[in-house]
Design a binder for this molecule. Structure first.
Ligand SMILES: Cc1cc2nc3c(=O)[nH]c(=O)nc-3n(C[C@H](O)[C@H](O)[C@H](O)COP(=O)(O)O)c2cc1C
Length: 282
């Protein structure tokens, strides 16, 4: 949790809420989540819905609200891209399907979305326009093809200056089967589930990649359909599950300028474990 000392009252409220001191609602025996919590999510192809259901299951929440638009994005991928681009250029925000989304009774909203164009999907923009989240704790989670978790989180914080937006959880669509274990760790680390998680060490200093590092990068990222650049340097750290790598890659952008991406890869401890690309930060 980011502690903003300029907002002591908000912080106190969050700590009390996270400790389960709020009034009303339901509480699962093993969880310490805020008492009046709801999961609100948008999902077009089902990935974020799986993650939303997993959050609800682990927290013992029975209320999930799916965000729906009056005019849903139900076309093909290319049609969705084309419609989004037109709406973004025109500054249009598509209205929610009536009767909208009512979260007045909840003080904490677990908010799930796919990443679209490096930020939260447009239907969440519709939600934020129509639904007042002031004073609430917002716990963001997302799924993505390659990344966008951090930029979406920053955009959400900017769009919700009167809410307390916690650090987000995110998973690549290709690894959504890994979400249950990761969500448990996320909830424990953020004080919403009882248990212990190890504090991870810092990554080692970045060093030039060797042929072996480049092969590991290729094994993890080679089948991703979009360019991720050429690995240049790498740092690593040991985690309870294996080794995590932080690669810096270089690529020439469309304007000829060099872009540097940060790409995270994990390799499990099991013999012959295939390295997995977990997230890119552009
Ligand atoms: C219109 C659109 C834009 C997308 N933009 C991005 C993007 O900028 N970065 C990314 O990593 N994935 C992007 N994706 C992939 C989705 O984030 C990913 O498939 C996600 O898991 C879909 O979630 P869902 O199954 O809940 O709809 C985009 C998908 C769509 C349809």
């Amino acid at each position: 949790m980011t502690i903003d000392m300029k907002k002591p009252l908000t912080l106190l409220a969050v700590l009390l809420t996270l400790a389960g001191c709020g009034a009303g609602g339901k509480k699962n025996a093993e969880t310490v989540q805020p008492r009046k919590s709801v999961v609100v999510y948008y999902s077009q192809t089902g990935g974020t819905e799986k993650v939303a259901k997993e959050f609800a299951r682990q927290l013992g929440l029975d209320t999930l609200i799916k965000v729906e638009l009056a005019n849903p994005y139900d076309g093909t991928y290319d049609e969705t891209i084309a419609r989004c681009q037109k709406e973004m250029e025109g500054g249009e925000v598509s209205p929610l399907k009536a009767p909208g989304v009512d979260v007045a009774a909840y003080d904490t909203v677990f908010l799930g979305y796919p990443i679209w164009f490096g930020t939260y999907a447009l239907p969440i923009k519709s939600l934020l326009k129509e639904v007042n989240l002031d004073g609430k704790v917002v716990v963001p989670f997302c799924t993505f093809g390659s990344g966008g978790r951090q930029s979406a989180e920053a955009d959400l914080k900017a769009a919700l200056p009167n809410s307390t937006v916690l650090p987000s959880y995110g998973v690549r669509a290709a690894r959504v089967d890994k979400a249950p274990a990761e969500i448990t760790k996320y909830l424990i680390a953020n004080g919403m589930l009882k248990g212990e998680v190890e504090t991870l060490p810092d990554f080692s200093a970045q060093r030039k990649v060797t042929a072996e590092d480049a092969a590991l990068f290729e094994a993890a990222c080679g089948d991703y359909q979009m360019p991720l650049g050429t690995p240049d340097t790498v740092g690593e750290r040991e985690t309870p599950d294996g080794t995590e790598y932080m690669f810096k890659t270089k690529s020439a952008g469309p304007d000829g300028k060099e872009s540097v991406f940060t790409i995270y890869v994990i390799r499990g401890k099991e013999e012959g474990a295939k390295p997995e690309f977990t997230e890119v930060v552009r």
